[in-house]
Design a protein around this ligand. Structure first.
Ligand SMILES: Nc1ncnc2c1ncn2[C@@H]1O[C@H](COP(=O)(O)OP(=O)(O)O)[C@@H](O)[C@H]1O
Ligand SMILES: N[C@@H](CCOP(=O)(O)O)C(=O)O
Length: 357
């Protein structure tokens, strides 16, 4: 019996969502990566061999290596099952190398979800267009900001289409039905009845904004995790008109201002302020108000400063003076007993697929 091997890599960037006023709307991709190196052998044995996962980098001590428990492979399995493919092909090996820290507001779960959607697409040659890949990702991450930026790259704005009643019901099934908890002894056929909820078409829509290369991102990353779910629980259900208008005005300006050359610190600093999520998340992140109080006049080169995603990472956009901005933010966090690491990052590309053999 002959055997053939196919190998490919999938690279998905970290993201920073919200950028101040764009809660659940804007995101940008950053130069930190989740990389999957995938090998698929076939034909040498008739016995089904389940997927083998190995993992290095961020999260290596906590991530499950069972394909029915790991977020990336569970997402891939969901996509396969929506295409009437009950399980992974035999003899699949996946090595994940992850540079994106967990639970810090840098889109680790969004990257894992996009990696899973792309894994299914390429392992079984589904040839799904970008829009359909996004539909699957949005059945899992219900806000579009991270997953869209992780998939297409750049500085991106997105919205969820208003769905008709039928599509809306399909798109709002509980996550437990999209990604069921597999029991320890689950075989490849487990969970096929009832079949998984197939996403409606065209859930998410996006546009890429301009971005000036002079703008770099300093990620100031506290050494503690804050789950996105917990950081969403503290948000109110309703907002005043005044606060909504405050954010809308700034968001409209910000999406163009970050593409202008040279970038205008006065315009951008004010445009990165927010009243929809940051004020409510302060209680979860000691030192946050003090760090957000750095300004372009106290720190030349700084353009604006905000919470990255749901936090606790702070994102400072700047053109120069990176070390001073970062070290001062680190010192301020330290005064609140929070240790941080910082990284100077670039606006990243979107997800990449490369056939290696
Ligand atoms: N590469 C990965 N592989 C498997 N699971 C992951 C991966 N990245 C993130 N996760 C899961 O997502 C969780 C973090 O998600 P979340 O709370 O949304 O924070 P973040 O802001 O990092 O996206 C992790 O605790 C882990 O369970
Ligand atoms: N808009 C979301 C973004 C969450 O991003 P993450 O990187 O923290 O997962 C929110 O603010 O809740």
């Amino acid at each position: 019996m002959s055997s053939a091997t196919r190998s490919f890599t999938i690279r998905v960037p970290a993201t920073s969502a919200n950028i101040g006023p764009g809660f659940d709307v804007v995101g940008l991709s950053l130069s930190l990566w989740l990389t999957l190196s995938v090998t698929l052998s076939s034909g040498s044995s008739p016995i089904y061999v389940p997927p083998k996962i190995t993992y290095t980098g961020e999260g290596a001590d906590e991530v499950p290596l069972d394909a029915y428990k790991n977020l990336t492979t569970r997402v891939a399995l969901y996509v396969l099952r929506c295409h009437d493919i009950p399980s992974f092909p035999s003899h699949l090996s996946i090595h994940c190398h992850n540079e994106i820290p967990f639970g810090r507001g840098l889109g680790s779960s969004g990257a894992a979800v996009i990696a899973g959607v792309l894994l299914a697409n390429h392992v079984c040659n589904l040839n799904l267009p970008i829009e359909r890949l996004l539909d699957f990702a949005l059945m899992i991450e219900r806000h579009p900001d991270n997953v869209t930026a992780a998939l297409v790259g750049g500085f991106v704005g997105s919205y969820l289409r208003e769905l008709d009643d039928d599509a809306s019901a399909k798109a709002s099934v509980p996550l437990s039905e999209v990604l069921p908890e597999y029991p320890a002894d689950a075989g490849p056929e487990w969970g096929l009845d009832p079949p998984p909820p197939v996403p409606p078409h065209g859930i998410g829509h996006y546009v890429r904004f301009g971005w000036t290369d002079a703008v770099k991102a300093i990620a100031i990353i506290p050494r503690f995790e804050l789950s996105t779910a917990k950081a969403r629980e503290v948000l109110p259900q309703a907002y005043s008109r005044k606060d909504m208008v405050f954010n809308l005005q700034r968001l409209a300006v910000l999406t163009t201002a970050l593409g202008q050359s040279p970038p205008d610190p006065e315009l951008i600093y004010e445009a990165m302020k927010d009243r929809i999520h940051q004020p409510y998340r302060k209680s979860l992140i000691p030192g946050l108000p003090e760090v957000l109080a750095l300004t372009p006049s106290s720190h030349p080169g700084l353009l604006g400063i905000c919470l990255s995603g749901a936090g606790p990472t702070v994102l400072a956009l700047a053109t120069h003076n990176f070390e001073r901005i970062a070290e001062d933010a680190k010192r301020i966090f330290k005064e609140a007993n929070v240790d941080v690491d910082w990284k100077l990052l670039e606006l990243g590309e979107g997800s990449k697929f490369e056939e290696t053999a």
